[in-house]
Design a binder for this molecule. Structure first.
Ligand code: RFL
Ligand code: PHB
Length: 387
């Protein structure tokens, strides 16, 4: 078997790459270890930057998103007994976000690939990469796939990054002393916009998926397990944190899904080795507080598509050689923003009174100074793509 680009992973990065390459007449095969059903049900991100939305629409896979996605023109920061709106329409005119579940994006991309005759294989076992220095190939389940290039889109726990020889990558990391417990609930959102809440009990986020489904997150200890969080405890804690302004009542309902997400910041540089190019979570992770992970995956894939098109159409390797450097500028901006939002809104050590005063001072600044609020807003909606 032979293809131009062998893609490992059918998450947003791998699927979008396969689709964008198809639009440029470049062939690919996507190898995914989980089932289609599993990939389509995995509840994750929900906030799409303007540039991500534009990319999906331009690529012809934004039809359902345009119909069902919820455009948002602001977010609320809630702390110290009051809510403060960060108004995108005023601070970053013309730019906004769209709330649309990552698994919906994934479903739309899988449907588009399959209806165009694309080769996406699920439940593929033992994917391994070979020959990265010159003529690469992939093996899986007793088969061999020869490729010109391999794209490692297999997430943080995949096989592609570990296949890069030791000593090549430089790794930058930060761990946080807490995790997020995320739930999906069958209940209409209690707010029209997302609420990021800082309380002395910890952080909470009110998000949503549709007019009838809400998504919530709670800061929990790093070693928390789902079994420790029966539904009543989750609602009680969400109420204790979110009902921290007068007149706000949180509606509750059936919890459809629960999960604990560790919080980590991670970058591996460079994002390439020989004929292997890493994209998305395979190369970098951000804590979800800034809602950047999925959007960064899309940004990487845009850059990689242009570089691969230059290579296959004109034989030019310049853009491929500069792939990592081109991506890392945006990656590090998102790293800083995500670390900063996380640091601002979560509780750290109990006895760190100095740290708490710094958080409150910065929250007061960001909610009273238009300049500071604009910094938050322009990063949140996403800085423009690099030319
Ligand atoms: P993915 O989605 O992890 O996909 C990788 C795919 O590779 C497969 N795979 C393999 N396949 C074959 N062989 C192997 N050996 C393989 N190993 C792995 C996996 O099964 C999987 O299908 O990575 P990708 O495509 O880079 O996409 C990245 C995003 O998924 C991630 O950054 C976001 O979900 C992060 N994130 C958020 N990002 C946002 O932009 N906005 C948000 O609001 C947001 N909220 C979140 C989030 C992530 C969360 N969790 C659960 C980590 C909220 C949460 C709770
Ligand atoms: C979500 O809706 O899943 C979501 C929203 C905002 C975030 C993270 C996750 O910062």
């Amino acid at each position: 078997m032979r293809t131009q680009v062998g893609i490992i992973g059918a998450g947003p990065a791998g699927l979008l790459l396969s689709h964008l390459l198809h639009l440029r007449g470049i062939s690919s095969v996507v190898l995914e270890k989980r089932s289609r059903d599993h990939v389509e049900r995995r509840v994750r991100a929900g906030v799409l930057e303007q540039g991500t939305v534009d990319t999906l629409i331009e690529a012809g896979v934004g039809e359902r998103m345009s119909r069902e996605g919820l455009p948002h023109h602001g977010i609320e920061l809630r702390y110290g007994g009051a809510g403060h709106r960060i108004a995108f329409e005023k601070l970053v005119p013309g730019r906004s976000i769209t709330v649309y579940g990552q698994q919906e994006v994934v479903k739309d991309l899988i449907a588009a690939r399959l209806s165009a005759g694309g080769d996406v294989r699920f439940e593929v076992e033992d994917v391994a990469v070979h020959g990265l220095e010159s003529e690469p190939w992939l093996t899986f389940g007793g088969e061999r796939l020869d490729c010109d290039v391999i794209a490692g889109c297999d997430g943080f726990h995949g096989v592609s990054r570990p296949a890069i020889p030791e000593g090549v990558l430089e790794v930058f990391e930060r761990e946080y002393p807490f995790a997020w417990l995320g739930i999906l609930a069958r209940v209409p959102p209690s707010s029209e916009e997302l609420i990021y809440t800082r309380t002395e009990r910890g952080f909470a986020l009110h998000s949503m998926r549709s007019p009838t489904v809400s998504r919530f997150y709670l800061q929990v200890p790093a070693d928390a397990r789902v079994e420790q969080w029966p539904d009543e405890r989750i609602w009680a804690e969400l109420k204790a944190r979110l009902e921290s302004v007068p007149g706000f009542t949180l509606a509750t309902g059936e919890i459809m899904e629960k999960g604990v997400t560790p919080m980590r910041s991670f970058v591996a540089e460079p994002m390439q080795y020989g004929r292997l190019y890493l994209a998305g979570d395979a190369a970098h992770i951000v804590p979800p507080t800034g809602a950047k992970g999925l959007n960064l995956a899309v940004a990487d894939v845009r850059v990689l598509t242009e570089a691969l098109a230059a290579y296959f159409e004109r034989g030019s390797t310049d853009l491929l050689d500069g792939y990592s450097a081109a991506c890392l500028k945006r990656v590090w901006r998102a790293q800083h923003f995500s670390w900063w939002m996380t640091t601002l809104l979560h509780t750290f050590e109990e006895d760190d009174a100095y740290g708490r005063r710094l958080q409150l001072s910065y929250l007061d600044y960001v909610t009273s100074s238009q300049t500071a609020a604009t910094t938050l807003a322009e990063n949140y909606v996403g800085l423009p793509w690099a030319p």
